[in-house]
Structures are given as C-alpha cells and as structure tokens.
Design a protein around this ligand. Structure first.
Ligand SMILES: *Cc1c(COP(=O)(O)O)cnc(C)c1O
Length: 356
C-alpha cells in the first residue's frame, strides 16, 4: 500500500511565505489556520440553475472564523517586535482569535466588545483563552476608536484589521481559492462589516494575477446588512442594526479598500435584509449541510439577489465566503429553527409522529 498524504499543513505563514512580508522563524505563531475547504454547491440548483457555486468555508479555521488568517500574522509580527500584549475592538470573532493567538504566543490580550451584542460562542472563546474582556456600553465603532487611541499611547499592539499584517494574512484565502479551483472565479461574494476581508481578497487576487498565476480577476461582490450599510448609503450609520452581529458596523475602517475592490474589479457593494440573511443561513444549513453564522450568509443572500436580478450568467463560477461557523451563535440558530418535539419514551408514539 502506498501512502499518498503529503506533509501536514504547516499554517498559512509557512505555506505562503514567498507571498508574505518577511517574518523570523521563531516569531511565527500558528494554530495551523488556513487550508479551509471550497465546498461545491450540489442541492440549490433550483435557485442557481447552471451557475457553479462554491462555498469557501472559513468556519473551519482553528477558532471558527477567517479572523485567524490575519491574526496569525498580526500576532507573529507583534511577537517579532517584542510586544507583550495585544488589543482589539471586536464584534466577537476578532476577540476570540486574538485571545487564542495571544495565548499561543504567551502574550496578554485585551478585548473590547459591545455589551450584550456578542454571540455566546465568541464570548466563551475570549474568556477561555484568558483575555481581559471589557464589555463597553457602546457599539463596535466606539470600541475601535478607544483601542486605536490606547494602542497609540501605550505598549500594546492593535490587532484589528487596520493593522496591515491582518490584511496580509487574510489575502491567503484568495490564494487558496485559486489553487483549489485552478483559476479565479467569475464573481466572489463576501459579507462586509469593517471591510478588511474584501480588501484582503482583492489584494490576494491581484497579487496572483501580477505573478502570472491567474489570467482573470473576479468581480468583487460585497454585501452589508440593510440596517448597517454605510458603504451602500455613502455615509456612516450612527446606530447600526442587524441580527448579523459580525457585520453590525456603522463606519468601516477599510471603507476605501472596499470601494477600490468594487471599482477596480467592476464589482458591486449592496445590501440584504435580515430576513434575506436568515433565509440564506437556513438554506445552506438545511440543504447543503453547511452551518455558517448569520453574517456569513450575507454572501449567499447577496448571490441569490444578484441571480434574481439577472446579474449572473449560466456557466459563471461564483465563490461565496462563509466567514464563520454557525456554532458561534447558537441562540440565533435555535431561535430561527423549528423547536424540538417533546414526547414520551414510547416507541409507538414516536413512530406515529415520524409517520412510519
Ligand atoms: C469579521 C467578520 C465579518 C466581517 O468582515 P470584515 O473584514 O470586517 O468586513 C463577517 N463575518 C464574520 C463571521 C466575521 O467574523
């Protein structure tokens, strides 16, 4: 018998080192993030017809979201520079990831989250990894302002996506899409919150094009929640509202990057309603077996909307990034599903209910 398995995946810094800024070996802090699957849509043909749809399932990163891609690099760089602590504002996933990678690096993590608005799974991660969790009476945008100021004045490294190394790590997701598909998709759909990820994917695709690894570039399609759609509206939103807490952001830090991705690629940034988000969230879980978090489903809701508006063509290949794992937010999952049936431990009654 022949063993066909190649070496173990060494984490995205080691795997994509020639495409990343230099970093010393002993600073590399990895939980073997990256190498997430590109899952082919098989059951939603009634919606997408002859369009090929693939899900880049970022929920399978070590802490359950794409944030790990940026965090491995940001924390490694902070370590290289001798930092003893990192700080971030977060709607949840950044804090989970920062806390985990800081623990790995032997550093302290300080995380500021909006009080009462962060999904349970994410909060539990930050707590378990030993971060100092500060729940502020304010929203994400206010939290980001505070941590930016603290990091300028005190010896703590900011690891929000305004840290350029976050974007460097996150761009590797575009490399993986290309390597798994063999080419770049026609369209790439993403949820947009602080807009770091759409900025990062576009950077990644452009770099592979410049190196001759792909001949075409995808159109970048970003989707915000209707109640938190500053880029669509063209002005910051004072009090953003959406069930998709990971994209509940009124003044994105990478606004300019998102506009550049849209305009340079000939793409689009639009919005979807919370109802459309929840519908897509349930659809991909119940019919494709992929459980993502609500914010992630904004990419699919956006793709469905674009299909219905006649923007997509048969034969197009589209990739939807599913940014985080559904287990992050069990409350939304339970609230949007049919309740379990309570029944006596009686086989006859159970069979009757099953209709068998
Ligand atoms: C952070 C996050 C987003 C938003 O990404 P940005 O880079 O801020 O636009 C979307 N979905 C999930 C699950 C996230 O954690």
């Amino acid at each position: 018998m022949q063993l066909t398995r190649k070496g173990l995946w060494a984490g995205l810094i080691n795997e994509f080192r020639e495409h990343l800024p230099e970093i010393s070996d002993d600073a590399i802090t990895t939980l073997h993030e990256g190498n997430t699957p590109l899952i082919e849509m098989v059951n939603l043909r009634d919606i997408f017809g002859a369009i090929r749809v693939l899900f880049k399932f970022e929920g399978l990163n070590p802490t359950g979201s794409f944030k790990d891609r940026g965090m491995t690099f940001a924390v490694s760089k902070a370590r290289e520079e001798g930092a003893k602590a990192v700080i971030c504002a977060s709607t949840g996933n950044t804090s989970a990831s920062a806390a985990a990678y800081a623990a790995r690096a032997g550093m302290k993590a300080y995380v500021l989250v909006p009080d009462g608005q962060i999904a349970l799974g994410k909060l539990s991660q930050a707590m378990m990894h030993g971060a100092l969790v500060l729940q502020i009476k304010g929203n994400f945008d206010e939290a980001l302002e505070i941590v930016r100021k603290i990091s300028e004045e005190r010896p703590v490294t900011l690891v929000n996506s305004v840290n350029p190394y976050r974007i460097e790590g996150q761009k590797t997701a575009a490399f993986e899409v290309v390597e798994h598909l063999g080419y770049a998709p026609t369209y790439h759909f993403l949820p947009v919150g602080n807009a770091g990820n759409i900025t990062a994917y576009w950077k990644g695709y452009k770099e592979y094009k410049a190196k001759g690894m792909i001949s075409n570039l995808p159109k970048m399609m970003g989707f915000q929640a209707e109640g938190a759609a500053p880029i669509v509206l063209g002005h910051p939103v004072e009090d953003p509202q959406t069930i998709a807490t990971a994209i509940k952001i009124g003044n994105p830090a990478s606004w300019a990057g998102a506009l550049a991705a849209r305009d340079e690629s000939g793409g689009f940034i639009g919005s979807v309603t919370d109802d459309e988000i929840i519908e897509a969230y349930k659809l991909v879980a119940s019919r494709e077996g992929v459980f993502c978090e609500p914010a992630s489903a904004a990419s699919i809701a956006g793709a469905i909307k674009m299909k219905n508006e006649g923007v997509l063509n048969d034969g197009d290949t589209i990739v939807c990034t599913l940014t985080g794992h559904g287990l992050k937010d069990p409350n939304t999952a339970i609230n949007s599903s049919a309740k379990p049936v309570k029944i006596a431990a009686d086989t006859k009654k159970i069979l009757k209910l099953m209709g068998l």
